[in-house]
Design a protein around this ligand. Sequence first.
Ligand code: URA
Length: 266
Amino acid sequence: METEVLSVKDLLEWYLLAGVDETCGCFPMENIDSKSNNFKPVSNNTVLRPATTNLAQNVNEACKNADDMCAKIATLEELRKALNDFEGCALKQTAAHTVFGDGNPQAKIMIIGEAPGADEDRIGVPFVGKSGQLLDKMMGAINLSRQDYYICNILPWRPPGNRTPLDSEIAVCLPFLKRQIDLVDPDYILILGGAAANSLLNMAETISKMRGRWFEYQKTNGKTAKVLASFHPAYLLRTPGQKARSWSDLLRLKKELDDKISAENN
Ligand code: URA
């Protein structure tokens, strides 16, 4: 029997189709200089990552720690620092950056996604990759730019290979998100994708059933924010046929904002 020999290009394409978008060698590398592609092995005295088993077993304790810590935080900068220092979520150990919120912290609109992808993890800013670029265009179509909203994710760390986040990972990170919402204090939240919508609203529904509908989110200051659920842009990139539904969701958001402005002016 003749064996087919694959070219390196074919093999790489096959890996990409199979969802492998990163490579690693036998030795950890450091000092990756994107301009010169200069990789060098890390020195032998590099601190090795601990196993994550203990962290996984201590989810309850980590949630409690996160809750206690967040209750005392008064500013977004303090929250960013607390999240950077927090060791209660194993995702942090495989992520390159803690991806905190971006945009305008004074804005009355907040957009919440699921978790950083590869580009966000590399750069440390939410929604800067392909999904983010589509989202920017979609928001631009209703005349909103990053100066008009604050944007963040349920999880500040990328799950390895973009896998679905575990419930325990979401539970540990939720106190930080809730505090971020308190501190930004938006009137409107656009929540993207089923995982994010279910986590924030404590529901177990498909995004197809939730999208285009308004929900209420109770902030700790006693006020509520109106939450509109819609498809995640990553889903729209895979399923462009759903863009029309997303567009009608965004028009709902725009109408709500326009109505509020005209009510304030009258
Ligand atoms: N997808 C998300 O949910 N968030 C990001 O920041 C990027 C992609």
